[in-house]
Each structure stands twice: as C-alpha cells, then as structure tokens.
Write a protein that binds this ligand. Sequence first.
Ligand code: GLC
Ligand code: CA
Length: 510
Amino acid sequence: MPETWWRGAAIYQVYLRSFADGNGDGIGDLAGLRTRLPYLADLGVNAVWLNPWYPSPMADGGYDVADYRDIEPVFGTLAEAERFIGEAHALGIKVIIDVVPNHSSTASAWFEEALAAGPGSPARERFWFRDEPGDWKSIFGGPAWTQVPDGQWYLHLFDPGQPDFNWTNPEVHAEFHDVLRFWFDRGVDGIRIDSAAVLVKDFDGGDPDGYTDLDEVHEIYRGWRRLADEYDERILVGEVWFPDQERFARYLRPDELHTAFNFDFLACPWEPAALRRSIEQTLDTHIPLGAPPTWVLSNHDVARVVTRYGRAETSWDHGNRRDGAPSDLELGHRRARAAALLAMALPGSVYVYQGEELGLPEVDDIPGELRQDPMWTRSGHTVPGRDGCRVPLPWAGEEPPFGFGAGEPWLPQPEDWRKLTVEAQTADLGSTLNLYRAALRLRRDRLGDGTLTWLQSRPDVLAFTRESGLTCVVNLGADPVRLPPHESVLLASGPLDGDELPSDTAVWLT
Ligand code: GLC
Ligand code: CA
C-alpha cells in the first residue's frame, strides 16, 4: 500500500454488535469479526473503522465509554483485540477505532470518583457539575442536565449515561493523550473522533447551541496531531457535523485532522444539481488544504441509503429523520447502486457502512419493546431512532439468524433477508455484493486520491474523468442518455440499453 494509505482508502465501517456473533449470545463480537476478516479482504477494502469496543453499560450503543483502555467483555478481551489488529494487518487491512472525547459514562471510574468526592472536589472538575441546571437541551431529547443525589447537576449533551468532560481541565487533555498512545502503541492505524466539534462549551454566551464548533476546539486537535505525527502514518478522522463548509474545512488544516466525514454529501438529495454542487464545494474546500475528501452515503446514525433514496424526500436531516416514511425500495435500490459507483469514483477516500454492500434496507418495524436507541426512550417513544440501520447482518441460510451467530440476534432480522444474505448474493452475478466487489477491486488501481475533470453533459447527468482515464457517468434524469465515446464498459450499476444509460444508473467506462 502507498505510504499515505488513507488518502484514497476504501474504509469499511464495522458496527461490531451487528457484524458477526462468535459465541452465540446474539451480539456481534471480536471472535465473529475475526472469522469474517477474509470476507472483508475479499470485498477489497483497505481499512476498517470499528464503532466503540470499550467496556460500556450500552446506554448509547457503546458511545458511553466506561474504560478507554479495555474491551467490553461482551465483545471480547484486550488480548483478542490485539490479535485482531495483527490479523487485519496481515491481510493488508488497516484498523481505525472510535475514540469518544466529548463524554464518558456514568460507569467510568472518573465519574464514580466525582460522585463520591462531592461538590467542589477536583474530581468533579473533570466534568460539568453545577448547583443549578442550565437550559440546554440534550441532542437525544429532554434536558441536558441531570441531578445527582447530593443536589448538584451534571451536563450531558447526549444521554444522561454520557456525562460531558470539562475540556478546560488539563487532566482531561492529558488523559486523552494517554489514551491515543495506548492504542497507537497497540498498532491501531487511525482514530475516528466522535462528536469532534462539540468538546468546548460556552455557557455564558446565552446561545442554546453554545457548544458547536467553538474556536478553542482546534487547539485540542493540534495537540492530537502532534502526538499522531510521532508515529508512522496514523490518522485522525473527525466526525464533524455542521453545514458551514468554510468552518468544516478548518478541521482539516495541515496541523489538525487528516480527514473528516463528508456529511454534506451524505445529506444531499438524489438530485443532479444538488449533488454536483456538493461535490464541487467539497473539492473546492479540500484541495487548497491538501486534504483528501471523503465520500459517505450512510452510517450507524442515519437511514439506510436504499430506503432513503426510495422516499419522496431523498435528503437526510438529523432534525427530521423521517423514520418510517414510505419508500419505493426498488427505486431506492437502483439509486443506491448508482450512488455507490459515483462515491467510489470520486477523488479521495470512501466509506462503506456494513450492509451497504448487501443493499440492506432500513428495518422500520422493530417492536417498540425491542428498540435500544436512547432516541426512542428520550423522545417519549416518538422518534424510533437508529436501531433500524443497526440490525445484525444476514450471512447465509434461509431463516433468521441467517448465519449471524447461533443465538437469537439482539435485534430481529426480517424474514425476507434470505435474498440478501452474503451467501445468496455471492451466487448471484448481478447482486449488489458482487457490484461492490467489482467496484472496489477496480477502484484499488484506478481511483482514490487525486482530482477529476468534468465532462460536458446534460444538466441531469453527472459525468467526469479521473487521471487513470476512467470515466464515470451517472444518469439522474428520467430519460436515458447516450454514453460518451468509449473503448469499453468496465462496470454498470444496472443493465444498459445498448449505448444508452437508463435513468438512475451509473457506469464506469474507459
Ligand atoms: C456520534 C455517534 C453516535 C452517538 C453520538 C454520541 O454522533 O456517531 O452514534 O450517539 O456521537 O456519542
Ligand atoms: Ca457474541
């Protein structure tokens, strides 16, 4: 792999709880992941990103971290994690892990110490304890302050199980430097920084959003970058969600993060002008900084792309999730396949959220009593939340658990996923899985880092060429479009009609 592996990498997101279950308790784990590593190598990805794997009460699917230097026993052991890193490396797969610096868990040693030590103690200064609650709202609904038995209140931007750290305290900085070293020393290649833009708080400005993207946050990442640069080729990837591209780009300055998730592209509707604007804006903000763009269609927080693209409204909006909105899945599926070829052809790195390669839809009918996302409880059962994109993967066989593991999966899998298993799709040449395999393989040699040149096209068509000579054409219009002159068709997201590219179809040409 080239020295700067991350600039053009295809990165597969493993949501560990739902990837593969090795011990039959219905929950995905490291044992399951390790046995499935050949699947990932064969798929052709360069790296994996794992959601948090630390000891956790799971108030927010592991984003409530009780100990940053160990592994959740349900997932395995630290020794197993180390073996996993070695095995991934042996297959040429880099490992990115999730670090959650904004908040901890009420089950962490620091929080327990803070509770025991009482008001005014240095232990409370690692979090935000106050005598009176503020009026900020939690991102999951309800107030952002919760009272403890001695009367004080603590801040949690997310679930009450996730107390926010006080980043004005040097101890917090030192702790995270130590955590980064702990994992870099164990061979981890990159850190995905959770909720990266909200670490610094301004309680006095009167702004109900006095935590998003405050200038002081950049000093934190400059420190992290200096640390990462002491190692070889380790990267920092920011989860930075907000619309201002100018401000977003600041996180990618040469002495800060290497890359950040491109949520502008993820949130973009399936419309030619909007997509083109998003792509151009992304390139315009990244190229001057020398930072490679990333292309993201989905993750564990948003609706599955097949379902989203089949809805009347195809954009994504955190504030209006549209959970359960009707979707034409056949249409969504066609568009999601075309979008995959678009994302993989663009300059930079690309993320694939587990199950995207199987074309899995969102599962909308999970019974309320089985839902685990705090969004569901915190919203008073009005927002179903994110469980529908976190259903355990179907691997093989005719009925649930579809080879996920021996036990009953922690969220139920739809019966009709028998058509979507890895086994069924491997046998079907036209399957989405085989499309991803072929695309990722072609992408390795011909795509990734670099630039693009737009080709003249109808306004409802996106067409561009890459340095390697590969041309990508995506038809977002209602009518077929004639292919530009070419030598051969390398790959198409759906059947072509002679020399015509049908609606909602993408093609790679040379
Ligand atoms: C990020 C994670 C999300 C989590 C939240 C709080 O947005 O992706 O899953 O709930 O941070 O940690
Ligand atoms: Ca398990």
